[in-house]
Design a protein around this ligand. Structure first.
Ligand SMILES: Cc1cc2nc3c(=O)[nH]c(=O)nc-3n(C[C@H](O)[C@H](O)[C@H](O)COP(=O)(O)O)c2cc1C
Length: 155
């Protein structure tokens, strides 16, 4: 049965995670969550990726969880989220989705990346204040991602 990988991204990190997953799952399909070219009914396993900004999962994806909750609950559901605040990760994820999804889905922190020089002044201010970050930084969670991918492959 095929696997659908849908992702939302602002600066590209979550998309890279989605591609890493896609490259390791034969017969998987990868789509931007904003695309209307997929139907989750066609897939058995659904993997959804999104970043955390200002304490919450990006809003299009969190709305998607609420709107499609009943359909998603019938699937094998995996969620991979990017963020630079490891301590706040569980709280931010839990706050951004219906409890049924939070407790049923396999959820992984896929890491995160800040390219400080690419941020706007406002974003730099938020990142300094919220995350204490003033330079380029990256969190690599490749071991957790490998476990997540093995779970998605049903191994
Ligand atoms: C303005 C701004 C706010 C952010 N807020 C948070 C946050 O509240 N918690 C967190 O864990 N990471 C936060 N991040 C880090 C992002 O989640 C991280 O850069 C992630 O890799 C972005 O993914 P993307 O490239 O797919 O958009 C923030 C980043 C920016 C630029």
């Amino acid at each position: 049965m095929k696997t659908l990988i849908i992702y939302e991204t602002k600066s590209g990190f979550t998309e890279e995670c989605a591609r890493t997953i896609k490259n390791q799952i034969p017969d998987s399909v990868m789509m931007d969550i904003h695309s209307d070219e997929f139907d989750i009914n066609d897939f058995e396993t659904i993997l959804i990726g999104a970043p955390i900004y200002e304490g919450e999962i990006e809003h299009y994806t969190s709305r998607y969880f609420s709107i499609h909750k009943l359909k998603l609950m019938k699937k094998r559901l995996g969620i991979f989220c990017a963020g630079m605040n490891t301590e706040e990760f569980n709280y931010a994820v839990q706050e951004s989705m219906p409890p049924d999804i939070f407790y049923e889905a396999k959820i992984v922190h896929c890491g995160g990346r800040i390219k400080y020089k690419n941020l706007s002044l406002k974003e730099k201010f938020i990142v300094r204040r919220r995350l204490g970050i003033k330079h380029d930084e990256e969190i690599n969670n490749s071991e957790k991602m490998e476990q997540f991918i093995n779970w998605a492959k049903n191994e």
